[in-house]
Design a protein around this ligand. Structure first.
Ligand code: G1P
Ligand code: ZN
Length: 559
């Protein structure tokens, strides 16, 4: 990818003025696990957003021929940032922009629109599950023509452009009205405002048995509670679950997207989705509960007083995919991120299909999906998805589960327990230590790396270590190699401890410790994971010295 020639003059055009603004590079515009994610205050510095967007345009070619999809999760700064991006796109001569009404698009809906309209890519304004509001986080993700997150060679090129940028182009114009569907022109750029839900809902209808779902949800015998956490899935879940499938009004909680997510943390886990967790723990409770994150690509699945571990969720989905119309033809293969439990591997083995193990981050599934090697994939961080898009998809996972329930006529808990009986249970937990001192975190990891060289053959937490490594991945499609993706202690019995630093946080560092142990004996399947894994948890804490070195009493979040 080359750098385009930069205009140097100020052009007058009608009442609009294309300005070339002089700027200086910011050193910190390197995209992380999922785009560029920073505090709102960082994004609101003069030129910060503009620099990154110009760097992105500089990294693209033939702008007048391009169609880009644009939308965001509605968090603080979404509204202003989108207007800047539209004005910059027009000043840079981008051919066409497809924008979600109100500037809203969930991440999966953006992926869907890119694919449905044959667009060349998309810009998604979101910091996913990170808090919003004026003191919260903001983010920008760039997706490519397959609808998926830009691969590393593209984000690297954008980063390279941010380091040398000296000017950007923008039009002085009034705000574009994004409140109504329709089309406007800004200079030579065609801007189409579309319903953010329609294409996505149509795709869901192709994949799932909507008649069967209507019988289940509309009959009044099966109650669902979907917590949109004041984030972007509210309009999607209301349109599909309540209006289309007849679920009771009130099924979708916190359905209005708010700039600060109502002060909450739109991360669907047992800690941050506490409102839903309480509802599902009560007696009586709804039959099915789900919560979705800021940009709608994650979902937590709950039964009555029952939590489905995301790793189990993906395995159960794979094992039951033949019951769902869109997947009746069978799964080509499956994939999971490295720290995700190996429950999925067991299903793949039974089905006689490949199971790929990728680094953390959805972008690594792109090539596997594009090449037809896999149909279904997921991560332990509440993300699951399939070849229907190139992003993880929260509401899709909810509809998948509901369709399986409708087919099997069993509760969430019955389905998961039957799965464990059939395959054994991969006990699993993730301990997150959020916002720890970055130096301490890096010291912990580098000392662990050194220590791990001496561990093989030793026994810790009652398990014998087979090997230790720093996970490295070679993409089977393009041969690209990604290194240092997590320190792994692999035990002879298949148990694992994995240490990884988060690539999405914006404050200090977040250390994630992932712990897994397989238990075949069904008499033990009812155990609490924290109890079942206590030996390995203690060993993981001891090896890293995490508690003493951070002075913490325990993890910030336990999943
Ligand atoms: C986290 C999750 C990862 C997910 C990413 C983007 O990244 O762990 O699975 O793909 O968010 O949603 P991390 O903070 O661990 O780098
Ligand atoms: Zn997300």
């Amino acid at each position: 990818m080359g750098t385009r020639n930069q205009p140097t003059s100020v052009l007058e055009s009608g009442i609009m003025k294309i300005r070339t603004v002089t700027t200086e590079p910011f050193a910190d515009q390197k995209p992380g696990t999922s785009g560029l994610r920073k505090k709102v205050s960082v994004f609101r510095q003069p030129h910060y957003l503009e620099n990154f967007i110009q760097a992105l345009f500089n990294a693209l070619h033939d702008l007048p021929t391009l169609t880009l999809v644009i939308g965001g999760d509605g968090r603080f700064h979404n509204r202003d940032a989108i207007q800047v991006i539209l004005r910059m796109a027009a000043a840079n001569g981008v051919g066409r922009l497809i924008v979600g009404r109100g500037g809203l698009l969930s991440t999966p809906a953006a992926s869907c629109l890119i694919r449905a309209h044959g667009a060349n890519g998309g810009i998604i304004l979101s910091a996913s599950h990170n808090p919003g509001g004026v003191n919260g986080d903001f983010g920008i993700k760039f997706n490519v023509a397959n609808g998926g997150p830009a691969p590393e060679r593209v984000t690297e090129e954008i980063f390279r452009q941010t380091q040398t940028i000296r000017q950007y182009r923008i039009i002085d114009s009034d705000d574009i009205d994004l409140s109504r569907d329709g089309e406007v022109r800004l200079e030579n750029t065609r801007i189409t405002v579309v319903d953010p839900v329609a294409d996505y809902a149509a795709l869901m209808e192709k994949l799932f048995d909507f008649d069967r779902l209507q019988d289940l949800l509309g009959g009044g015998m099966f109650n669902v509670c979907f917590d949109a956490m004041h984030a972007v899935t509210g309009p999607y879940a209301t349109a599909i679950l309540e209006r289309r499938l007849g679920a009771m009004p009130g099924t979708v909680l916190n359905y209005t997207p708010l700039v600060d997510f109502g002060g909450g943390h739109p991360d669907p886990n047992l800690t941050y989705a506490s409102e839903l967790v309480e509802i599902m723990a009560a007696t009586p409770a709804p039959d099915f509960g789900a919560a979705s994150d800021g940009d709608g690509d994650r979902a937590m699945i709950l039964g009555q007083r029952f939590f489905v571990s995301p790793s189990d969720s993906i395995a159960v989905m794979a094992a039951n995919a033949h019951l769902v119309p869109g997947y009746r033809g069978g799964l080509a293969g499956v994939a999971r991120s490295m720290p995700t439990s190996q429950a999925l591997d067991r299903v793949a083995k039974r089905l006689g299909i490949d199971c790929y193990e990728t680094p953390t981050g959805w972008k690594y599934f792109g090539n596997l999906l594009d090449s037809g090697r896999i149909t279904l994939c997921g991560e332990e961080s509440f993300g699951a998805g399939s070849s229907h898009l190139r992003e993880k998809d929260g509401l899709w996972a909810v509809l998948f589960w509901l369709d399986v329930i409708a087919a099997r006529r069993q509760s969430v808990e019955q389905i998961v327990r039957a799965h464990w009986r059939d395959y054994g249970r991969n006990f699993y937990t993730r301990h997150d230590y959020e916002n720890i001192d970055a130096n301490v975190a890096h010291d912990i990891v580098s000392e662990l790396r050194t220590k791990m060289a001496t561990l093989s053959g030793k026994t810790i937490g009652g398990h014998q270590i087979a090997k230790c490594d720093d996970f490295s991945y070679t993409d089977p499609v393009d041969g690209s190699v990604t290194q240092q993706q997590g320190l792994r202690i692999l035990f002879r019995d298949g148990s694992r401890i994995v240490y990884r630093l988060s690539g999405t946080g914006t404050e200090g560092a977040t250390l994630r410790i992932y712990i897994e142990q397989y238990v075949a004996d069904s008499a033990r399947h009812g155990d609490d994971p924290q109890t079942a894994l206590a030996g390995l948890i203690a060993a993981a804490n001891h090896l890293s010295g995490i508690l003493t070195r951070t002075g913490r009493g325990g993890p910030t979040v336990i999943t």
